[in-house]
Design a protein around this ligand. Sequence first.
Ligand SMILES: Nc1ncnc2c1ncn2[C@@H]1O[C@H](COP(=O)(O)OP(=O)(O)OP(=O)(O)O)[C@@H](O)[C@H]1O
Length: 309
Amino acid sequence: MIEVRGLTRRYGDVLAVDHLDFTVEPGKVTGFLGPNGAGKSTTMRIVLGLDRPTSGTALVNGRSCAALAEPLREVGALLDPGSAHPGRTGRGHLRVAARTNGIPPRRVDEVVEEVGLGRAARRRIKGYSLGMRQRLGIAAALLGDPGVLLFDEPVNGLDLDGVRWIRGLLRRLADEGRTVLVSSHLLSEVEQVADRLVVIGRGRLIADATTEQILDGLGDVRVRVRSAEPDRLLAALRERGLEAHRVDARELRVEGSTAEEVGELVHSLHIPLHHLSEVRNSLEDAYVELTDSSVEHRGGRAATSGAAR
Ligand SMILES: Nc1ncnc2c1ncn2[C@@H]1O[C@H](COP(=O)(O)OP(=O)(O)OP(=O)(O)O)[C@@H](O)[C@H]1O
């Protein structure tokens, strides 16, 4: 479990993280979302004990990471896949990490296998593609078989196969009961795999809820209705005070209503119905709505008040 409480990090004039509170639970994939510069990497570095908070705490399984003697056994992370020494082989890089963390060398073979590096593990890292570096970084994160895993933008620059592979891996790690936090600035990259979303903007918490709750809490439902008598239906909808408009010769769009309400009205008017459905905002729309509002309210702490919690 990861517990972030009142976390604040200031770099000179820049307030990178601003009184952040959230918990990342085991057995779930938690998406950590926010636009560029929102404070995701800073938060992750503090959780990992690689940076110090100005105030507040970030605990992994109840303890500060900086206090752990062999951190890789408790928490694994993919932060910057370009950080491995280019002159080493992939295997050599993993061996060094294993040795310094008291991990048996045979575990290196297991993680090389697990991430599908194969024979590339014997080649020097400087010849690796971005996808191979990413796999190597993930192998290093998995080395200590940790219960807590953090991935900072893991699908950055990967092709579709790589993205699918990472999604499958995240799911499996969570299903094994591990705590999985995965950051992205693109909702579309994590919406399919994240059970929960922690959304931040300008260092502040915007939303912390299940992916479903965030979707449900945002944006009105719109109803599409096609009928034999669109003009009559449009008039009746407006008479009821509903915001309705024509989409084409047969279709109407009704804002802020439900299929049930519109369906009952159509029935009461004895109008033949051809189509009736509810349209929700896509999660991407919801996310833009969420993060936009954090920018709009940049002056005050009111930005968090509209959060879907
Ligand atoms: N070491 C540092 N010194 C000064 N400012 C920093 C430092 N690290 C981060 N910042 C600033 O803190 C803010 C948050 O940065 P951070 O990298 O945590 O955001 P992020 O959400 O991870 O963004 P991205 O998606 O672009 O990686 C930014 O304004 C950044 O410029």
